[in-house]
Design a protein around this ligand. Structure first.
Ligand code: SAM
Length: 321
């Protein structure tokens, strides 16, 4: 028996190809490219298992468990719909549903990700809850992904874990706010930094500048056709403009060999000494992030932050008025 997977128009090949060409001509690799192929999905999983907070100790796992308990307390026994944006391999969604108080209350479960390979893993983990699996490109979305039922108006729990650093606050926060109706809940995770001074940044940078991370970033360029000795990668940080204490981790590839590709009649020509913007991830201080929530009309019902102030989980809803 196969797995049914839906493709949203944002992930139709023609649309992805256009975006791919336009960004690669500017020498920017869109975030989703690092996850999409089977090889990249596996390399990301290897990196995540070594470095992602959820795999790095009991403190972080307890943080997630507490956030799930609070979400269940807020939902109560009411029927609800669930959407997992950027669900990856579905590990966190499966953990969440592991403590569902009343199995009959889940009406629809939608899992969404750009990577069909990761979606299959997520689907298999959550199969008993009869999920719908959707390949989507959240980076190119501005409006709703699917029609919400008017009657009955069931609340939605929108889970968006690990996505804010990846897609960035400028795109993702307005998009998420636009998806929420009064009574809906947003469970959002964010990568935090206790401070934004050079020592604090250097400490955070080690999480992105290590062997499994470099293999993951480099894997994409190797799949494109560059040999491993055809480029070197360097990770740095920059201020996030207009966000108190926020910064972006950026990995640039410096080319030592040229790459010339043609796709649908268009060409990508990368020359020796060109720099390619390969990876970006955002970090916030707790305070900077709360200001951003307010700016985007999101009210924080619960905020859970790890003792080391490196991981935050927030239960949010659209603010009144
Ligand atoms: C950092 S991982 C987080 C995965 C999972 N939610 C977790 O917390 O472990 C980011 C996820 O977003 C997905 N993703 C990245 N860009 C995307 C896009 N433009 N549209 C949809 N999914 C995307 C990736 O495939 C990956 O599964």
């Amino acid at each position: 028996m196969g797995i049914p997977i839906h493709f949203h128009p944002s992930a139709y090949p023609e649309r992805l190809r256009q975006d791919w060409l336009e960004s690669h001509q500017r020498r920017v690799v869109p975030a989703h490219c690092l996850y999409e192929s089977t090889g990249q999905a596996q390399r990301w999983l290897a990196y995540a298992r070594a470095w992602a907070p959820i795999h790095r100790g009991r403190d972080y796992q307890q943080l997630y468990e507490r956030a799930y308990d609070l979400a269940w307390q807020t939902i109560g026994n009411a029927p609800f719909d669930y959407v997992g944006y950027g669900c990856g391999d579905g590990l966190k969604d499966a953990n969440f549903f592991g403590s569902m108080p009343s199995p009959g209350q889940l009406e629809t479960l939608r899992l969404m990700d750009i990577s069909a390979s990761l979606l299959i893993e997520a689907y298999q983990r959550l199969q008993s809850l009869k999920p719908e699996a959707w390949v989507v490109n959240l980076a190119s979305m501005s409006d709703g992904l699917f029609q919400r039922s008017e009657t009955p108006q069931r609340p939605l729990l929108l889970s968006c874990l690990g996505m804010l650093p990846t897609l960035g606050h400028r795109h993702l926060l307005p998009f998420l706010t636009g998806q929420l109706r009064p009574g809906d809940l947003l469970l959002l995770s964010a990568n935090l930094s206790p401070s934004s001074n050079p020592t604090g940044r250097q400490h955070i940078l080690t999480q992105y500048d290590n062997e499994p991370a470099m293999q993951w970033y480099a894997g994409y360029l190797i799949e494109l056709g560059l040999p491993r000795d055809g480029f070197s990668c360097r990770a740095t940080t920059q201020d996030l403009e207009g966000v108190e204490g926020g910064f972006r981790i950026q990995v640039m590839a410096h080319l030592k060999k040229e790459l010339s590709l043609s796709l649908s009649g268009a060409r990508i020509n990368w020359a020796v000494d060109d720099s390619v913007d390969l990876f970006r991830s955002e970090r916030w201080t707790s305070n900077g992030l709360r200001i951003l929530f307010q700016t985007h009309g999101l009210q924080c019902l619960e905020a859970l932050e790890s003792e080391d102030q490196e991981e935050g989980l927030y239960l949010l809803q659209v603010a009144d008025g």
